[in-house]
Design a protein around this ligand. Structure first.
Ligand SMILES: [Zn+2]
Length: 496
């Protein structure tokens, strides 16, 4: 047994996540300031007395943020309580104009949910402790260096008051890989719900609690008792901004903790900062305890009766259900179905194409050709969704034999994406119209006449000779012939 394997047998990894999701509402959570492109606007122009925390300003709860939180709760099979309340979380930091953050404490809007993940074919259910609404602080810009070395710092309150939902999981993860799978899954669900924009900077931020427990303290079903968890020293890793980042940061932290234990050191309970560029976690400060925040009820916001919202707000078909439906309804294999449900926009695009064409053909064109080319160009389906008509025309041209599949894939589709032209224009411009049969028969005869050696080789049973002749015909037709039918024509002609 390797030292690593021995180590893994002695210790189990326990990870819990806090995921901050920026909600896609048009205005901030407690005022009417716009949330659109706040980071691109002139600093401190998207502000008002409420989000600047001026004396006497009163918060008004954004209905859209509550709706988004209820949708998230339903998607995570969480309980929505009768009523939910807001609390002040008190701490002092320059990006926090009121010196407290408006958040939820003992009556969060979502409670006790779950999300199933699959890692290497193993399905696991991750418990969701709670999900609550809160406001984002502003942002700091350190001039002339990092937070340690800057000459001075500038504060921008444009972001202050942006609505967030913080999703807190149970300590149910047993490996960094599982956290990555969870975050990818969660991001998919949030995108389907339409409450979240993955491409927006800072739209998903993760803090992770991680500790090691003795392997013998883990029950056979993988559960760990509350007493063991309470005794374990844990570090909180902050500043994780992607699912890949989560897996890397936690893998680093697992190794760091195991090495410390091996050397007989005690793991400090502390907050550590994930330094993405260096790929390490660094100690930040000792972790505040809950008491440090002096939570108390926000008297300016009455309790919100929220139970009935759950029945009134509907959510769309979610990724898992849609993937299964794609397999049963369209007969797709699980890999294609997964690709085609990776985002709601991709799934919608596929279903639109599948209305006009055979499902297999639609799946090949969307999952393999289009997504592959988009990915290569760092583009998303949303960049081309208004060109659905052109894309369908391209498949139509292939399907009706007016352009070869090879040319459609390798030239027409690529130029459609690069130049923005429609398929007919490209086919015309590049002379890709499929040659008619008479023309190809002419090329076949020419190739046979011009290459007597190859013809002789063919009759002597040399396999390569036919491919050579096909190549000659393809060249003459400038790619407008279909290699399969050229092959057939050549065989027929050579057999005479
Ligand atoms: Zn405001």
């Amino acid at each position: 047994m390797t030292a690593q394997a021995a180590e893994n047998r002695e210790h189990a990894v326990v990870i819990g996540l806090e995921v901050h999701v920026q909600l896609e509402t048009s205005t901030k959570i407690f005022c009417n300031c716009s949330t659109t492109a706040v980071d691109d606007e002139e600093p401190n122009t998207r502000t008002c007395p409420v989000c600047l925390g001026l004396p006497g300003a009163l918060p008004v709860l954004n209905e859209g943020a509550v709706e988004a939180a209820v949708k998230i709760g339903k998607a995570l099979s969480a309980d929505i309580p009768e009523r939910t309340t807001f609390h002040r979380k008190n701490y002092y930091y320059p990006d926090l104009p009121k010196n407290f953050q408006l958040t939820q404490y003992d009556a969060p809007i979502c409670q006790q949910g779950s999300l199933e993940i699959s890692v290497e074919g193993q399905r696991r259910e991750i418990g969701i402790t709670r999900a609550h609404l809160e406001e984002d602080p502003g942002s700091l810009q350190h001039e002339g260096g990092s937070i340690d070395t800057a000459d001075y710092s500038l504060i921008n309150y444009n972001r202050a008051g942006t609505p967030l939902v913080e999703i807190v999981t149970e300590p149910d993860f047993r490996s960094p890989q599982e956290t990555r799978a969870f975050l990818a899954k969660l991001e998919g669900v949030l995108e389907y719900l339409g409450v979240f924009e993955a491409t927006r900077d800072g739209s998903l931020r993760v803090d992770a609690n991680i500790s090691l427990v003795e392997a013998e303290d883990v029950d056979e079903d993988g559960s760990i008792s509350d007493d063991v968890l309470a005794d374990a020293n844990r570090t909180e890793v902050k500043n994780i901004s992607s699912h890949k980042g989560a897996e890397k940061a936690l893998a680093y932290e697992v190794t760091r903790q195991k090495n410390a234990v091996r050397r007989g050191r005690v793991i400090e309970t502390e907050t550590r900062h994930w330094d993405e560029s260096r790929g390490i976690t660094v100690s930040m400060r000792s972790k505040e305890s809950e008491a440090d925040y002096r939570y108390f009820r926000e008297a300016d916001l009455p309790p919100l009766e929220v139970a009935h919202w759950k029945d009134e707000i509907s959510i769309p078909e979610l990724p898992d259900a849609r993937r299964e439906r794609f397999q049963s309804e369209y007969g797709l294999d699980s890999e294609s179905a997964s690709k085609l449900t990776s985002t709601k926009a991709v799934a919608d695009f596929f279903e639109a194409v599948a209305e006009s064409f055979d499902a297999d053909l639609a799946a090949t064109w969307v999952a393999d050709n289009l997504l592959g080319e988009l990915n290569y160009r760092d583009m998303a389906i949303t960049d081309v969704e208004d060109r659905l008509d052109e894309f369908e025309r391209l498949i139509e041209l292939v399907d009706s034999d007016q352009v070869t599949t090879k040319n459609a894939e390798e030239i027409v589709l690529r130029e459609m994406l690069d130049e923005g032209d429609d398929p007919a224009t490209i086919i015309d411009r590049e002379g890709l119209g499929k040659a008619d049969e008479g023309e190809i028969e002419g090329f076949v005869s020419e190739a046979i006449e011009e290459n007597p050696d190859a013809v002789e080789d063919y009759h002597n049973g040399e396999g390569g000779a036919l491919n050579f002749l096909v190549g000659q015909v393809m060249q003459k037709s400038q790619g407008s012939a279909d290699p399969g039918s050229v092959n057939e024509l050549l065989r027929a002609e050579l057999a005479e």
